[in-house]
Design a protein around this ligand. Structure first.
Ligand SMILES: Nc1ncnc2c1ncn2[C@@H]1O[C@H](COP(=O)(O)OP(=O)(O)O)[C@@H](O)[C@H]1O
Ligand SMILES: CC(C)(COP(=O)(O)O)[C@@H](O)C(=O)NCCC(=O)O
Length: 314
């Protein structure tokens, strides 16, 4: 983004300044919360949680609170019973930037606030077309591209959640089978906050033919976050995660990529570099990065996943 455009749109905070904005958020996390956060990612530094994510949870708590108050005012004005429309936060960014880690940290931190104890998390992977459909349509090498997602299903889902429906089902994705789970669903039952995480959540589908255009995910989102990093770091993180998967998910005989489990480090690195250069890299440049400046907040990471800068839309 050009500097002048960035200055026009965003307030910019270097890491130190941002961390001072934690203010009254309690410094300490309970033992259970600490274990929960450590369990989700052993490489996650707790300084990162206190310096970056606690101020962010404080900001989100204030913003959600103002929306809840507005809802109460409208209910009073209309003399109607309290309506229940969850607050929706979306998290976008490249493959391997750390969207799911960020989403899980925010879920843990946001549910500590008494005003919104029920925070659910859904990832858009589940809305990828089933593997058989992707194969039939010749889209196996386009996973993560806009055409690989069932956007109608995703928009219908988020619209039902936002409407306050009591029981909404989300499909679930498995990195082991590389496919939608056919016998498993996530049930969403009127949370206070729903976090929706996926590389496509800021996309508009404006390239689609006019007759299949429909509302965008962002029409239902109250606050959007884009997690950003330079591409050479993203490729490095993707390759590191691929090496971890080789020891973890790929070692499961049921894994779609079980044949990768026996690769040497060198072979694994060459395959993951190729997947990055032919699929995830081009998808980032063509379809994900161009959506960055639609976000209400941009988190800019540097080496080792440490946050360098936070940009907050004015
Ligand atoms: N804050 C963080 N600190 C250290 N490692 C992280 C952090 N966030 C993500 N990672 C690592 O980076 C890789 C990608 O993270 P992940 O959350 O799976 O990304 P995404 O959901 O965007 O694909 C994983 O190996 C994860 O362990
Ligand atoms: C399923 C995904 C599109 C989702 O991405 P993520 O949740 O990792 O951001 C991605 O993990 C993927 O499978 N990309 C296709 C190429 C690859 O195997 O990495």
């Amino acid at each position: 983004m050009q500097n002048s455009i960035q200055q026009a749109l965003y307030l910019s905070f270097q890491r130190q300044k941002w961390s001072e904005l934690r203010k009254s958020v309690p410094l300490t996390l309970s033992q259970e919360e600490l274990e929960n956060l450590r369990g989700m990612n052993e490489k996650l530094s707790l300084d990162e949680v206190t310096d970056i994510y606690l101020p962010l949870s404080r900001l989100l708590n204030l913003i959600v609170g103002s929306k809840q108050q507005r809802g109460m005012i409208v209910d009073k004005f209309l003399e109607q019973r309290a309506s229940h429309s969850p607050y929706i936060i979306s998290i976008a960014g490249s493959v391997a930037v750390g969207k799911s880690t960020t989403a899980r940290i925010l879920q843990t931190l946001l549910q500590r606030w008494p005003e919104h104890p029920k925070v659910d998390l859904v990832t858009t992977d589940g809305f990828l077309y089933p593997l058989a459909d992707l194969k039939r349509k010749g889209l196996l090498q386009r996973k993560g591209f806009p055409e690989s997602y069932d956007m109608k299903m995703l928009v219908d889902f988020i619209s039902s959640v936002k409407a306050g429906d009591k029981h909404v089902l989300a499909p679930v994705y498995s990195h082991v089978s590389y496919d939608r789970c056919h016998d498993q669903h996530q049930v969403i039952e009127q949370p206070d906050i729903l976090i929706l995480e996926g590389l496509n959540v800021l996309q508009t589908g404006l390239d689609s033919p006019v007759d299949i255009r429909r509302p965008f995910v962002s029409d239902f989102v109250d606050f959007s976050i884009y997690v950003d990093a330079k591409e050479h770091l993203l490729k490095e993180w993707y390759q590191q995660r691929f090496l971890q998967f080789r020891k973890g998910a790929f070692s499961d005989p049921k894994s779609f990529f079980h044949h990768y489990a026996s690769l040497s480090d060198e072979e694994a690195n060459s395959i993951s570099a190729n997947i990055w250069d032919t699929i995830n890299g081009p998808n980032l440049q063509l379809n994900i990065q161009p959506t960055r400046e639609r976000a209400n907040l941009i988190l800019q990471k540097g080496p080792n996943h440490l946050m360098d800068k936070v940009l907050l839309r004015k």
